[in-house]
Design a protein around this ligand. Structure first.
Ligand code: GDP
Ligand code: CA
Length: 308
């Protein structure tokens, strides 16, 4: 079974560990978010692609929830002593990856090719693709002003309520090589339990990707990132409450109108009334360990295989 997964960082990466445990990773294509990519200390950082790289390579710090395990912080500390920026936490090992990627990009290698090289060096067998090689950046409009994603999320601790989300560069962005082919070759398409606005939104803002989903001939299943109406982590619930008017499964499904055939939601959110054409699949969606991740992945793929 060939599977294509649209994914943000941490929630998506957790889910992908389950998917690549229950299907051959070589049959898995991951389309990752680049809307929160950022330049730090002259280096190109792709936080969501990196969360996926580290999680699938078994290098992620599971306790902290981001970055690499066994990390040290000497370079950032030295940069700070020299007056350099330290608001974006980059560990020593993590920096190694950003150095290599930045050098490739500066030499004219597209992000998709740079990502493929990093993935291969880390032993990944699935196909990890950025949604686009073009510059696409998420901006949040808030009562305090409009901020680039990382300024809003990290510097301001996502405390500002969001009135609107903009994806700068999206109208001109092409899907990265392999993305549309990966979606067209898939037997099932999955939207990971990622933030609908700031993780999957930027991916779906690429017209070629949205169009590929709209004309799909295979099931597309989304996994809700909410459990009991609350985000497991991060601002997804607050954003849904303000931008969609609520945090029920219907509000989550409403983010993907015309794009999904089923929504996998947690027992804590059942029973659910979903928009016409979207089937509810109820299971436990909290990915606390390997077994829970595998079970969720199996449930999602089974849901896709079940006739409507
Ligand atoms: P980010 O780019 O690092 O913010 O990661 P994502 O957008 O991929 O994932 C963030 C979302 O994952 C949040 O909205 C969380 O609620 C959701 N999430 C994290 N862990 C779990 C889990 O175990 N189960 C479910 N259903 N959602 C989760
Ligand atoms: Ca992210």
């Amino acid at each position: 079974m060939r599977v294509a997964v649209l994914s943000g960082g941490v929630g998506g990466a957790r889910f992908l560990r389950g998917v690549t445990a229950v299907v051959d990773p070589e049959d898995v294509t991951v389309v990752g978010n680049v809307g929160d990519d950022v330049e730090v200390l002259g280096l190109h950082v792709s936080p969501d692609l990196d969360s996926i790289l580290y999680a699938l390579a078994g290098l992620a710090d599971e306790e902290r929830g981001w970055g690499r395990a066994g990390e040290t912080w000497n370079a950032l500390e030295a940069a700070g002593e020299l007056g350099g920026e330290t608001w974006f936490r980059l560990g020593d090992r993590d920096l190694g990856l950003h150095l290599v990627r930045s050098q490739l990009l500066r030499a004219g290698v597209p992000l998709s090719e740079a990502t493929a090289r990093l993935a291969s060096a880390l032993g990944l067998r699935c196909h990890l693709l950025p949604a686009t090689d073009d510059p696409l950046r998420t901006f949040l409009e808030t009562p305090a002003g409009t901020f680039p994603f990382q300024t809003w999320f990290l510097e301001r601790g996502h405390r500002d309520e969001v009135d609107a989300v903009r994806y700068a560069g999206a109208p001109e962005a092409s899907a990265a090589p392999g993305v549309v082919a990966g979606l067209e070759a898939a037997d099932v398409i999955v939207l990971a339990p990622s933030n609908p606005y700031v993780s999957l939104g930027p991916i779906l803002a690429v017209e070629e990707i949205r169009a590929a989903l709209e004309r799909r001939r295979v099931p597309c299943v989304a996994v809700s990132p909410l459990v009991g109406g609350r985000a497991v982590r991060g601002p997804a619930d607050r954003m849904l409450a303000r931008l969609a008017g609520g945090t029920t499964p219907a509000h989550v499904a409403g983010c993907y109108v015309g794009l999904i055939d089923a929504l996998v939601l947690d027992e804590a959110d059942a029973p659910a009334e979903l928009p016409a054409g979207v089937r509810a699949v109820v299971t436990r969606t909290l990915m606390t360990d390997d077994e829970a991740r595998r079970r969720l992945a199996r449930d999602v793929l089974d849901a896709a295989a079940t006739p409507a």
